[in-house]
Design a protein around this ligand. Structure first.
Ligand SMILES: [Ca+2]
Length: 428
């Protein structure tokens, strides 16, 4: 499972480091006049050494606390004792997204023709295993195959980072220390319980492992040894990996027979302020003029189900009713785009096109910087976005909808480029 990572805090701490070494350079040059190049090298060496020293001190402290919690000394020596700083994890963690990808681009990549054809081949090859998984967990094979395909390209891309190094790097310092420490303890639990071996612990720089990209706490709490060989192997056993994904969804409340999402059309002058915020029966949506986009009508069974309206690219783009199982997949990865990507791929694997309406691809999406400026502008106008982070969450969409309503625009929570320009232009 991927984590969406806000990046501002580490930038702040890096800035603080930089100014600290600058200060020491100035002090040193006061004391000993020396060529600038030599000073720079010396300063760099000093700060590298001190980072390493700080890391060793952190390892000693973590080990002390882990011993107090009852973890075995030889386990800690073989894991934490050998941990090294993962420079790549530090760099990637500090990356600022320069542009954000439009939702349609993400979904098109998720359900690319290549991923669909590979997925169909995997479904055919593992037909018997998928039968067993559906019978045991009640999660459709196409959903499981889509997770497998999106998380790791059906097991082809698993990551090459030592998980203990990555997590120790996060736990050591920066803005993810709590995450790093929690996940390190989960990793120690995994090894100590015997469900995995330390040499198997390879994954993404961010700490996710195997064909399902589970972080260690999810691995510990939800992964299963479905093929029964005594090892919970999410790296090379398709059966263990797919069963673990199914188990995670089932334990998160997956309901067999409930859809994930369904495309709809809405009448002109529809009140979009109900999108995202209101959860009600499909019958109640029908009473407001919401209909299936394929021209049919909702069945009696569907009419009784609860749904929310999702308008991911505004009133000019596709509209979706999202059901209970949409929120269950969101527990896997807390991203609306991710769930739409999974559902689009799962449907394509089943020869069904879930979203038929074209996306408003001509509308240039807002960049990360644009989104920050939009949040600043909305906040200044009295629409509280609860911070300026360049990420569009529920609070920001609520502020957008209020601004749209006040300006006679459809309150769909999606800011088109033209609306953005209007928003940031000072009113006379
Ligand atoms: Ca196994």
């Amino acid at each position: 499972m991927r984590m969406i990572i806000p990046t501002l805090l580490l930038s702040v701490s890096l800035t603080a480091c930089a100014s600290t070494s600058q200060q020491s350079a100035i002090l040193a040059s006061d004391a000993v006049p020396a060529p600038t190049a030599v000073m720079t090298a010396a300063t760099a060496a000093t700060s590298e050494l001190s980072q390493q020293q700080r890391f060793e001190a952190w390892k000693a402290d973590f080990t002390r606390r882990a011993l107090a919690k009852g973890y075995a000394p030889n386990l800690l020596a073989a894991t934490i004792g050998r941990a090294q700083i993962n420079e790549r994890a530090l760099e990637r963690d500090a990356d600022q997204p320069e542009f954000t990808r439009p939702v349609w681009s993400y979904i098109q990549t998720a359900a690319s023709p290549d991923r669909v054809s590979r997925g169909k081949a995997e479904l055919a090859e593992h037909n018997a295993q998928f039968n067993r998984l559906e019978a045991t967990y009640g999660v459709p094979r196409h959903v499981l195959a889509a997770i497998w395909g999106l998380e790791s390209s059906y097991g082809r891309i698993l990551g090459t980072h030592n998980i203990i190094d990555s997590l120790a790097t996060f736990a050591f310092e920066g803005r993810r220390t709590t995450f790093g420490e929690t996940q390190l303890f989960a990793t120690l639990d995994l090894i100590q319980s015997g469900s995995v071996r330390a040499d198997q612990l390879v994954g993404s720089w961010a700490g996710a492992m195997g064909m399902t990209q589970f972080i260690p706490s999810t691995f510990r709490d939800y992964a299963v040894d479905f093929d029964g060989n005594g090892n919970t192997d999410l790296w090379t056993s398709e059966l263990d990996a797919l069963a673990s994904a199914a188990n995670y969804l089932t334990r998160s409340g997956w309901k067999p027979g409930v859809p994930v999402m369904s495309e709809v059309v809405v009448p002109a002058n529809f009140d979009y302020s109900k999108s995202e915020t209101v959860k009600q029966s499909v019958a109640a949506w029908t009473a407001l003029g919401v209909k299936p986009s394929n021209g049919m009508r909702f069945s009696d069974a569907a009419s009784q189900m609860e749904a929310k309206l999702l308008v991911p690219a505004g009133h000019r783009g596709p509209k979706l009713l999202t059901f209970h199982n949409f929120d269950v997949i969101k527990r896997y990865n807390n991203s609306t785009s991710y769930v739409m990507g999974i559902t689009t791929l799962a449907s394509a694997l089943n020869d069904y096109t879930v979203i038929r309406t074209p996306w408003p691809e001509g509308d240039e999406p807002l960049s990360f910087i644009d989104k920050q400026r939009m949040q600043e502008t909305l906040t200044a106008m009295g629409y509280d976005t609860q911070g300026v982070d360049g990420l569009i969450g529920p609070a920001t969409r609520r502020a957008i909808r209020a601004w749209q309503s006040a300006n006679g625009l459809p309150a769909d929570g999606y800011v088109e480029r033209s609306q953005y320009l209007r928003m940031i232009t000072p009113q006379r």
